[in-house]
Design a protein around this ligand. Structure first.
Ligand code: GLU
Length: 581
């Protein structure tokens, strides 16, 4: 693996103050929202599963009901989701997973993130003059496709924690792909919204449009023989056909032959791809430990910073209905996002300050916040760091798609997994019945700024920084809550909101999920349109924020463990359900 070594330069980091809204495209989510119908929490005592599509949840429920483990159920839920919610996740993508091993009483995490091809260079997303490409010019085609991790992640989980035969777990997906499934309202709306890009490549067009050239309507029976064949191959050969056999060859051929925007993925990338088990990153919040995925995801670190900074204010007393609570959370988020932009990336490639969650450091960051008045200036801080090198703020662009799955089995093992192909419909390139990811556009398109390196620049073999925040909250050494969401870099705000609503404001899980989304990443406050939260627009503007009222399409799924019961919640903004016994 090639590794770019950068000389550490000790300079005053505070001299950078180039953090601005313009760093991240603030476009409307390309994934459509469905009609919002409020959902009820589901209670269970033995096992529970929640995910973004009823067919996937039902298939997972059947596995758990027949004594399967959480890992067994995951294989089924993910292979079915890849078919029925293809815009969000699938075999062509990657993900992060936090796992509670009930027997060992141990929390761990698995990194199934896509990697940059070994032939990728920092200029991957720049034109011949070194100017960053426009987002969709980079996304659509082969260029943005990273080595997929999902299949190997499923296999790893199954080998470590599975009970049922792997081949059996492929069957629900095979049956559904062969017999067909009804296109859901949200999938139909997503296709309709993305027609132009989906029509760019013949195979993709053929799959997502009717013979008359219309985008597939809701209720259309969609058969996917190629997907069934892929699952048959996995059933027989495990991940081997995917990483060194015909499927890898097909993907490589596809990616490199996209005429208008080819990529550099090669067989070597598949052959060297690894799932990495990593230590979870935990931060103390009141009497809880909020644990999640460390680098290359920025999820747990940024959620942890927001909570750590906010904990210096009495949010419980201020209450959910108080604009000052939201000002504090919003400013804490802006401070955390400034650190995220400068320091967080794949730490197998770039050094990162050790002290991003240091309590003294977060206290000092909290002291910048003044109750009732928005910060006028926000820049990255100087967390404790033994190396201390100068870095420029990053220029990554992220647009939301993705899906979140929570599964608890009869033994008490827990999976909290966020799974993605990045943008809605990923790269729009299809191979073997599934869409290929565009995860590489989670890298910063620029590699440096004003002569300083950007931590999240493209490097061969590196994993792009993520915002995915699959979370398990611990209380007195036992799991208390599992939660996560899609939503690009807004994932961090969605998850944080749900945690604060439940922990500080005492809302039951379903209510915490349903509470209108409000979040702040880079200065402007996002408030969910059409909700009661619009009342905060004027007071937040008075405090000095720029406010955007907009669609905030989270897809939160979560489970709370309380008094021997499990209470599961699913986001009404998407089509998911909860099932359990
Ligand atoms: N690719 C994004 C990430 O890893 C997730 C995309 C999304 O949630 O929509 O952070």
């Amino acid at each position: 693996m090639v590794r770019l070594t950068i000389l550490a330069t000790a300079i005053g980091l505070a001299s950078f103050n180039v953090y601005a809204d313009s760093q991240v495209a603030d476009s409307v989510a390309p994934e459509a929202t469905n009609e919002v119908v409020s959902k009820k929490a589901v209670e269970a005592e033995e096992f529970i599963v929640t995910a973004a599509h009823p067919l996937a949840v039902e298939a997972g429920y059947d596995v758990l009901k027949s004594g399967g483990s959480a890992a067994d159920a995951l294989v089924v839920v993910q292979t079915v989701l890849g078919l029925v919610e293809p815009q969000s996740s699938g075999l062509g993508g990657g993900g992060f997973l936090v796992y509670w091993d009930a027997k060992e009483k141990k929390l761990t995490s698995f990194d199934g993130r896509e990697t940059a091809p070994l032939a990728a260079r920092p200029e991957l997303f720049q034109d011949e003059n070194g100017k960053p490409l426009k987002f969709f010019d980079a996304v659509v085609g082969g260029r943005s496709v990273g080595t997929p991790g999902t299949v190997k992640l499923l296999e790893t989980m199954h080998q470590k924690y599975g009970d049922k035969p792997w081949s059996e777990l492929m069957q629900p997906g095979i049956v559904l792909a062969n017999k067909g499934f009804e296109v859901s309202p949200r999938m139909a709306a997503s296709i309709a919204n993305d027609q132009e890009r989906l029509a760019r490549y013949p195979d993709t067009k053929e799959y997502f449009f009717t013979q008359d050239g219309e985008p597939l309507p809701e209720g259309h029976l969609l058969v996917n023989k190629a997907y069934a064949q892929t699952l048959e191959a996995l059933a027989k050969g495990g991940s081997e056909p995917f990483y060194s056999g015909q499927i890898a060859k097909d993907i490589v051929a596809k990616v490199t032959s996209v005429e208008d925007n080819p990529g550099v993925l090669a067989m070597e990338d598949f052959a060297t791809y690894k799932i990495l088990e990593r230590d979870v990153v935990c931060s103390a919040y009141h009497q809880y430990d909020v644990c999640g995925m460390g680098p290359p995801s920025s999820g747990a670190l940024t959620v942890g910073q927001i909570l750590g900074i906010s904990s210096h204010f009495d949010l419980a007393k201020l209450g959910a209905d108080n604009p000052t609570s939201w000002q504090i959370i919003g400013d804490a988020s802006r401070l955390a996002f400034a650190d995220r932009g400068r320091y967080m990336a794949d730490t197998d490639f770039v050094p990162m300050p050790e002290g991003l969650l240091d309590s003294e450091y977060l206290k000092q960051r909290a002291s910048l916040i003044e109750e009732g008045k928005a910060l006028t200036e926000v820049s990255a801080g100087e967390p404790p760091w033994s190396i201390k090198m100068a870095m420029a703020d990053d220029e990554s662009i992220e647009l939301p798609s993705t899906t979140h799955i929570v599964i608890v089995d009869g033994e008490g093992n827990i999976i909290s997994m966020t799974s993605t192909i990045e943008n809605g419909f990923g790269s729009r390139v299809m191979s073997n019945g599934f869409l290929l990811n565009n995860e590489l556009t989670d890298f910063s398109f620029a590699a440096h700024k004003d002569g300083y390196p950007i931590a999240n620049r493209v490097e061969p073999g590196k994993r792009p920084r993520s915002s995915m925040a699959p979370t398990i909250v611990m209380k007195e050494g036992e799991p208390y809550m599992a939660v996560g969401s899609p939503g690009g870099s807004r994932i961090i705000g969605y998850v944080t909101k749900t945690l604060i609503a439940h922990i500080d404001w005492g809302m039951p899980i379903q209510q915490a999920i349903e509470m209108p989304n409000m979040l702040n990443r880079f200065g402007a406050y996002d408030i969910e349109a059409g909700t009661d939260a619009e009342k905060f627009k004027a007071p937040l503007e008075e405090m000095g924020f720029k406010v955007n009222v907009r669609d905030l399409n989270s897809g939160l799924h979560g489970v709370v463990f309380s008094d021997g019961k499990m209470i599961g919640g699913a986001d009404s903004r998407r089509e998911g359900i909860v099932l359990g016994d």
